[in-house]
Design a binder for this molecule. Structure first.
Ligand code: ATP
Ligand code: MG
Length: 1004
């Protein structure tokens, strides 16, 4: 901490707790003054911040400064409002609870400025997103709008808050500002119609007149001259050097758009502001009976136009009062004075209610729609204690409010703190302090407090006046040490009091109140028809401000001061539910001048603000206390014995923890339920250690967590894999089972088929037989004889395939023969074929075609071969159908049962005297004198050659064959190819054989 300080920072003492002469008011003031002259306006008393108004812009609120203070421990840097704001913020985040900053001090001490600085700090330091930035802008810009409508120049302060403001800033768990809410307290409405000398009306009026765009002013019927408006000139001070109304107007306009005010809203709003100014300019004339009259007044017309109220209605409302008789309503005319009073009442009511509407409208725009958990920091900036030459009802309320806040401060700091020490059994020497409860009671006690007396006087029937109220006070509370009137005062004091005055000795000093107007202002009566007139308005804001649901004035509404008192009770409840932080603002001089430090004025404030007592309690007491459980919970990671869990009581745990941390015995005290730490630095050292440790812990937790997550993932994956595996296995097993069941069925069927294979085809064996067929065919396909010679190697067929097999065999052999024959060359054909057929032709064929008779005739000769032939006559070549039969001895030509010709062949060699062969369909076969045509030429020749045992006697000849018709006479057979095969006798007497294939002749 020391290292970061510059020489200037070291001027004086930054924390009064470290002041040697801590009981000396002079030493206190000296330190404050010394620092003030160095523009060091902030000084701590522990965690309380004392701020002295510098009345000049200081270079200490830059973004850089904000960054410097962000996230740094409270006492590590020079005192600053940012340090306090940051500390509150971080405590809120770490402890997840609600806080408030109570900013107090008299009027002009710098409360509003301090609250703005806090808000700005949060706006910059909080996490930002698009949505959050939007909220942030609205939070920040709600300030200039509310200041324009609720602040005014007073003698004490050029920008004096004339209403109390409590603002909640809502944060999400990450510290993002997500919303806000504003509560406003008792606006000083009387200022709308009256200002003391040197004071102004609310800023917005001047801003509108000075800064308003030409068009707007024209539309509102206003002129750019504040002097023209009665409500603006009473203080005789429309212009203030420190205020730039034109610029402020621009800021307000921009702010309104950011806060989401529609064009309609702004138009209506400025219409109301202008109509108040017009109202103020309405002048009543007395008619001949002395009653107030308005003769089509121009200003009234403007009000009528701007508020959207018919002029007639408005005129009636301003000049008459409605009286309800038993059965009828009567309008009673106002006197001029009454009319002025009613007009002012209306102006105040309009402005006051519009102000409330404005606050509600801003709240709508700040509202956080998210219902998740939020923590809040409240900022209380309320009008400061004020004393004027003439103090009225408003000052009474304002000062009462300040009494209440002082009471709260005392309750929370001096009183409760000291009581706490007692309660916790901590050795303690009580510090005396002034408790202002006596004044609060004087003002607010039931039945005998000033507020009760005032209400009584307002509500009682009969002629109650301000003076009767004064008398009542004298009667009831005359003996109170803090109350005095002209009548009750001693000689000396009496000189300082007027007859209509009463004086209260407030905690902050004496204030003399002029009783005039108390009853009136407390009643705040708006004539009933005034409200009714307003309800007819077309201006939406006015309609909302004067709802038709509002109860009628038959039942008196709560008086102003009672309402105010209730709202303060509500405020106290709000504050008591939160952790307090304090900023005590001090005004260095009355002249609002920079660099001037008025000792008397400051000493007075130091006194009444109770700063000395606070310091003494802080000094003697303890800067920090926390319940053992909370302290242990937060810091237990710092000690191995208490981390992660302490088994004993929280107090023992804390004792063990601080022993480990090495706390000295004078640095702390153990109470009954809490630990008390004397100096902040002890706590900060602990907090620093925790911050370091936190990161290490976070890394460990993170690692563990990651491990846990990964393990979890792995287990999940493993489970998933097992599941998939199981499913897959199940599926496969089911498939296998189905397959087996199918196989069993098939096998069963097969066996049954096998067993019934010889039965006629039925359902049981049909498949089996089909299988046998297919199987045989398949096997046959693979085992077919490769050559004609292997014809006996034919696969043995199953019984059902016998027939088919024979057919197939026949076809196949024929096919093979055909193939073979086609593959043999012409030259080899004779040799090969004869050889082949020699092998094959050991069969007797054609016997079944021979008639029985012929068989009987030639039977003994053993028929070797028979074939049907066509025999051609040798002379005319007429064809005759004959059967050619070979036996071992002869060849026969048979016609049916008749042997036509027997040719002796034994020995068979003589037969081959001339056998020729010709490829022809039908082929021809010659023997001596015979000309025969045979369909089975090769077969017949082969058979013949086998029977004759002369395998090489066949010759193939081409062209033409000669033969003997008779011995010595020869005939010819000619061969040629043509379109169609035919045999006929040619013109040359030859037998002509025409074939379609290539012609080849064979001869021997
Ligand atoms: N920190 C500051 N730096 C510069 N000027 C300041 C500071 N605080 C206050 N002032 C000046 O003092 C003036 C009065 O301050 P402010 O309005 O905050 O007083 P207040 O305590 O709110 O008074 P009131 O009770 O009347 O509202 C400001 O307008 C500003 O000029
Ligand atoms: Mg203020």
């Amino acid at each position: 901490m020391e290292a970061s300080l510059t020489a200037r920072d070291r001027v004086g003492i930054q924390d009064f707790v470290l002041l040697d002469a801590h009981t000396s008011e002079t030493a206190f003031l000296d330190n404050l003054r010394k620092r003030f002259h160095e523009n060091l306006i902030y000084t701590y008393i522990g965690t309380l911040l004392v701020s002295v108004n510098p009345y000049r812009e200081l270079d200490m609120y830059s973004k850089k400064q904000m960054d410097t203070y962000m996230g740094v421990n409270f006492f590590e840097l020079p005192p600053h409002i940012y340090a306090l704001a940051d500390n509150v913020f971080r405590t809120m985040l770490s402890e997840c609870n609600n806080h408030f900053i109570l900013i107090s001090g008299e009027s002009g001490a710098g409360k509003t400025e301090a609250s703005k600085k806090v808000l700005q700090f949060y706006a910059v330091s909080c996490p930002s997103t698009k949505v959050l930035n939007n909220v942030r802008d609205r939070l920040v810009l709600s300030n200039p709008v509310l200041e324009a409508f609720g602040n005014a120049k007073t003698l004490k302060n050029d920008n004096s808050s004339r209403f109390g403001k409590y603002m909640d800033i809502q944060f999400d768990h990450q510290g993002g500002a997500v919303g806000g809410h504003i509560l406003s307290y008792l606006l000083e409405k009387s200022r709308v119609v009256h200002q003391n000398h040197g004071e102004r009306n609310f800023h917005i009026f001047y801003q509108l007149v000075e800064g308003g765009e030409e068009d707007l002013l024209r539309w509102l019927g206003l002129e750019r001259n504040c002097q023209n408006y009665n409500y603006l000139v009473q203080g005789n001070c429309t212009k203030v050097s420190s205020i730039n109304d034109k610029n402020d107007w621009k800021t307000v306009r921009k702010a309104l758009s950011v806060i989401d005010f529609s064009e309609g809203d702004t138009e209506n709003l400025f219409g109301i502001i202008a109509s108040v100014l017009h109202l103020g300019n309405i002048k009543f004339e007395a008619d001949h009976r002395g009653y107030a009259s308005l003769n089509n007044n121009q200003e009234m017309q403007w009000v009528s136009k701007l508020l959207g109220i018919p002029a007639q209605v408005l005129q009636q409302g301003l000049t008459h009062r409605k009286i309800e008789a038993k059965t009828e309503e009567v309008f009673s005319p106002f006197s001029v004075d009454h009319a002025v009073y009613a007009r002012d009442a209306l102006a105040k009511a309009i402005y006051g209610r519009t102000f409330n509407w404005l606050v509600n409208r801003i709240n709508e725009s700040l509202a956080n729609k998210d219902s998740s958990r939020k923590t809040v920091i409240g900022l209380l900036d309320i009008y400061g204690f004020e004393v004027f030459n003439v103090n009225s009802f408003e000052q009474f309320c304002i000062n009462y409010c300040n009494e209440k806040l002082q009471q709260l401060f005392i309750e929370l700091t001096l009183k409760s703190e000291q009581e706490e020490y007692k309660l916790e059994g901590i050795e303690w020497e009580p510090v005396p302090y002034f408790n202002n409860k006596i004044i609060c009671d004087l003002v607010e006690a039931k039945h005998k407090g000033i507020i009760s007396l005032l209400d009584e006087e307002c509500l009682r029937p009969g002629e109650a006046t301000d003076l009767t109220f004064l008398e009542k006070m004298e009667e009831k509370i005359g003996g109170h040490p803090h109350f005095v009137t002209h009548k009750l005062a001693d000689q000396k004091t009496r000189k300082t009091l007027e007859r209509g005055d009463f004086r209260l000795l407030h905690y902050a000093g004496e204030v003399t109140y002029c009783v005039v107007g108390f009853l009136d202002k407390n009643n705040d009566l708006l004539y009933r028809n005034g409200k009714e007139v307003m309800r007819q308005s077309k201006n939406t804001i006015i309609r909302l401000c004067f709802p038709s649901t509002e109860p009628d004035s038959k039942r008196r509404p709560e008086t102003v001061v009672t309402q105010f008192k209730s709202s303060l009770v509500g405020l106290t409840d709000i504050l008591l539910s939160k952790e307090p932080w304090y900023v005590r603002c001090i005004k260095p001089n009355e002249a609002k001048q920079p660099g001037r430090f008025d000792d008397v004025l400051v000493r007075h404030q130091v006194k009444y603000l109770g700063l000395m007592e606070h310091l003494r309690v802080r000094r003697a007491g303890f800067a920090y206390r926390r319940k053992y459980e909370i302290f242990l919970q937060r810091y237990k990671p710092l000690c191995p014995d208490t981390w992660p869990n302490w088994r004993g009581t929280a107090a023992e745990g804390v004792r063990c923890l601080i022993k480990y941390l090495g706390y000295r015995s004078d640095e702390y005290k153990m109470g009954r339920t809490k630990i008390f730490i004397r100096h902040p630095k002890t706590l900060f050292a602990t907090e620093d250690a925790f911050q370091v440790c936190k990161h290490k812990l976070a890394t460990r937790i993170q690692a563990k967590y990651k491990g846990y997550r990964v393990k979890g993932d792995f287990q999940k994956q493993r489970e998933a894999a097992t599941k998939i595996e199981n499913c897959w296995r199940g599926l496969m097993a089911r498939k296998e089972r189905e397959k087996r069941a199918w196989a069993v069925k098939v096998i069963k069927k097969f066996i049954k088929g096998f067993m019934t294979r010889n039965q006629p085809a039925c359902i049981d064996n049909s498949e089996y037989l089909a299988y046998v067929r297919q199987n045989y065919l398949t096997r046959l396909k693979e085992n077919l004889p490769k050559t004609v010679l292997e014809k006996d190697a034919w696969l043995t067929p199953p019984p059902i395939m016998q027939e088919a097999s024979q057919l197939l065999k026949k076809i196949y052999i024929r096919h093979m023969v055909w193939k073979y024959v086609h593959g043999v060359s012409v030259q080899k054909k004779g040799q090969v074929l004869s050889f082949m057929f020699l092998k094959m032709c050991d069969f007797t064929e054609g016997e079944e075609d021979i008639s029985i008779k012929v068989l009987q005739l030639i039977g003994p000769e053993c028929i070797k071969y028979s074939v049907p032939v066509v025999k051609y006559d040798r002379n005319g070549f007429r064809p005759r159908l004959r059967q050619l039969i070979f036996t071992l001895e002869a060849a026969y030509l048979v016609e049916e049962a008749k042997i036509k010709q027997r040719i002796e062949c034994f020995p068979w060699g003589s037969l081959f005297h001339g056998v020729s062969l010709q490829y022809l369909t039908p082929p021809l076969f010659f023997q001596g004198d015979l000309v025969l045509q045979c369909d089975y030429l090769f077969e017949a020749l082969t058979k013949l050659s086998v029977i004759a045992n002369k395998q090489n006697c066949i010759r193939v000849v081409q062209g033409s064959v000669r033969f003997d018709i008779q011995p010595g006479r020869e005939g010819f057979v000619d061969f040629k190819s043509g379109q169609e095969s035919m045999v006929y006798r040619a013109k040359n007497g030859h037998l002509m054989v025409v074939s379609v294939s290539r012609r080849t002749s064979v001869t021997n």
